[in-house]
Design a protein around this ligand. Structure first.
Ligand code: MG
Length: 271
């Protein structure tokens, strides 16, 4: 009950601070979210995180400058970027889960996206504006739900002045989480010169599945693309990497699943 009241109070506070809290939404709670604490702390408070994002967008800008000079085939050039934890910072929603025990659910996520309050990640705004200055279009391919989040997401992006924040360039999820189809759609009219994301499937279909040693063999076989055509941003909070990384065990707590899945030295003192 205390958690619920706290969550609702936080939600109303955030609503007051934004212009777009459309309605109060039910929240669901599943208990502790302590596994998120260190990753959210790192994401919000480490200068290393800031440096890594700026580094990623600096490299992306250099690659774009090179791509702009390459003679095209007559079709416009484009950048494809993910939104969440690539362009927009949703770590306040992760922190909300820790503070309240609220779980990730469609309803809770909608509560957050309706606020249109996600701030740009370091370097994101500068990079997308630089692309625009080169005449290279930016397509935002995101797995936010088109039905639930299209309006608030556009509002969020326009609030911070992102270029190409329009229905032609914001491609949210309709029927499939795979982004391959949406990229094929873009390729029918544009040359994609750069792909950016915090999730490897944002940049290459090889990572639609991670059966092959957590996807690491895929990274090795595509090593020439990283820092060239593919730019990957750090996200320790969540992603497609989590589920394949966890050793399954019936009845195990989330903590125990995490602990069983990491490799250490054997001293005989393990808990
Ligand atoms: Mg993302």
């Amino acid at each position: 009950m205390k958690n619920t009241l706290f969550a609702l109070a936080l939600a109303s506070m955030l609503c007051l601070a934004t212009t777009s809290c459309r309605k109060s939404t039910p929240v669901t709670f599943t208990g502790e979210q302590d596994h998120l604490i260190m990753s959210v702390l790192w994401f919000q408070r480490s200068a290393e995180m800031r440096a890594l994002f700026i580094q990623g967008f600096n490299i992306a800008s250099e690659r774009l400058a090179v791509a702009a000079e390459v003679p095209g085939n007559g079709r416009p050039k484009a950048v494809v970027t993910d939104l969440d934890e690539t362009i927009l910072d949703n770590s306040p929603f992760e922190a909300w889960q820790i503070h309240t025990g609220g779980s990730f659910s469609d309803e809770n996520w909608k509560m957050w996206t309706d606020m249109a309050a996600a701030k740009p990640l370091p370097g994101a705004l500068e990079f997308t504006r630089y692309a625009e200055s080169l005449g290279i279009e930016v397509f935002y391919v995101s797995n936010r739900s088109h039905d639930d989040a299209f309006g608030p997401t556009l509002e969020n992006m326009r609030k911070f002045g992102f270029p190409y924040a329009d229905s032609a360039h914001l491609l949210l999820k309709t029927n499939t989480s795979s982004k391959v189809e949406r990229r094929v759609g873009i390729l029918s009219t544009h040359d994609i010169v750069l792909l950016i994301g915090d999730n490897l499937a944002d940049v290459d279909p090889a990572f639609e599945k991670r059966d092959d040693y957590f996807g690491m063999h895929g990274v090795d076989s595509l090593r020439q693309e990283f820092g060239r055509k593919y730019i990957v941003m750090p996200n320790p909070m969540y992603g497609s990497w989590v589920t394949p990384a966890l050793t399954r065990g019936d009845g195990l707590s989330r903590r125990d699943q995490h602990v069983r899945s990491i490799t250490g030295i054997n001293t005989g003192q393990e808990r």
